[in-house]
Design a protein around this ligand. Sequence first.
Ligand code: NAD
Ligand code: MG
Length: 402
Amino acid sequence: MRNNKAAASAVRTVTVLGATGSIGDSTMDLLRGARERYQVEALTANTNVEALAKLAREFGARFAAIADPDRLGELKQALAGTRIECGAGESAIIEAAARPADWVMAAVSGAAGLKPALAAVDRGAAVALANKECLVCAGDFFMQRAAKAGACILPADSEHNALFQALGSGNREELVRVIITASGGPFRTWAAADIEQATLAQALKHPNWSMGQKITIDSASMMNKGLEVIEASYLFALTPDEIDVLVHPQSIIHGMVEFSDRSVVAQLGAPDMRIPIAHCLGWPDRIVGPSARLDLAKIGQLTFEAPDFERFPALRLAYESLRTGRGATTVYNAANEVAVAAFIAGQIRFGAIARLVEATMNDWIRSGNLAPLSSADDAISIDHNARNKAASLLPQIALKAS
Ligand code: NAD
Ligand code: MG
């Protein structure tokens, strides 16, 4: 074990991108518990000025940014009488990330988080990455940029955080595979025909985790696990064959690594995002976390099932996109963002989410426009085109589902 005596006593500057969301809330909760150790540099939100200003005041942030460019006046008013600087629009979110904080939580939802996360990466910050879509969208390029800038990417997603912790038990040559667990979501035991017809309210009832709306729907379709397979591949430079998914309804084991001697090293914890976030916040040391201690005797049983690629085609498509490479994962993510928004808006059935993703991916593969991503603009351009394609395919997918 490491000698922890030298645990950071100096004040650390921190920035939280997406401070008003579910991950943002857990992060602010951890910061609240150790106010003397952290100075908040910048906080950002999409549209909720009131919640952003409240947090900025509470934590004495130096800068607050709202993504909606029309809300600058409102934000200025909400911060009147303080010395907190503020800005609005995408450029202000990027500015927040570029300001000199030692540690940045990247918790914007969706590919919108890519540019801000890159701004933090480019100045070599420690970046706790919750926003898996930005990594899926930018692929290897994101990790290459981080390596070039000397940025440390700390996986905040619970499964990847588990792998990050377990991977330390061996070296790359000794690794056989990683296993990421999945709760199976609210439709784990449902028949395909019922999943097809599932309502928004049913999709939003996650059995174990309390999360933002988009990721909760992604969990119900298992698109979230698909995104996580891709995320694991890019984060840890793993081939698709080295990543397995295991359904584990209790969400206690988050990730495991199998080594050549057949040892399997797992990380366990209650399904509470403050645990992986606390690991990122303390890294390379460990802080005292506020989460409940794990009581396995009380839980009694941990059970496991193989994932069902037929009822949950999103998972199959994730592996296909990874094997195709060269921008296919960008398309997978973009089409899903369009599909989820259409499902929330009542335009398509739940079962059509994966169909829209598949149709968009197939169209893109047929176009033959497959080239390695060499810049953020490449990723953003593929993302943009895939969104347009998905939107144009929406009416026929909606029709097929009715
Ligand atoms: P959320 O919807 O609760 O919060 C998203 C945050 O991003 C909010 O602060 C919102 O204001 C901001 N935001 C949204 N769109 C934006 C835009 N276009 N520009 C700037 N800011 C914008 O989402 P969440 O559940 O906290 O998830 C955030 C990210 O973390 C997602 O990528 C998700 O996949 C990932 N993640 C979440 C969990 C979880 O438990 N919630 C677990 C693992 C990973
Ligand atoms: Mg996860």
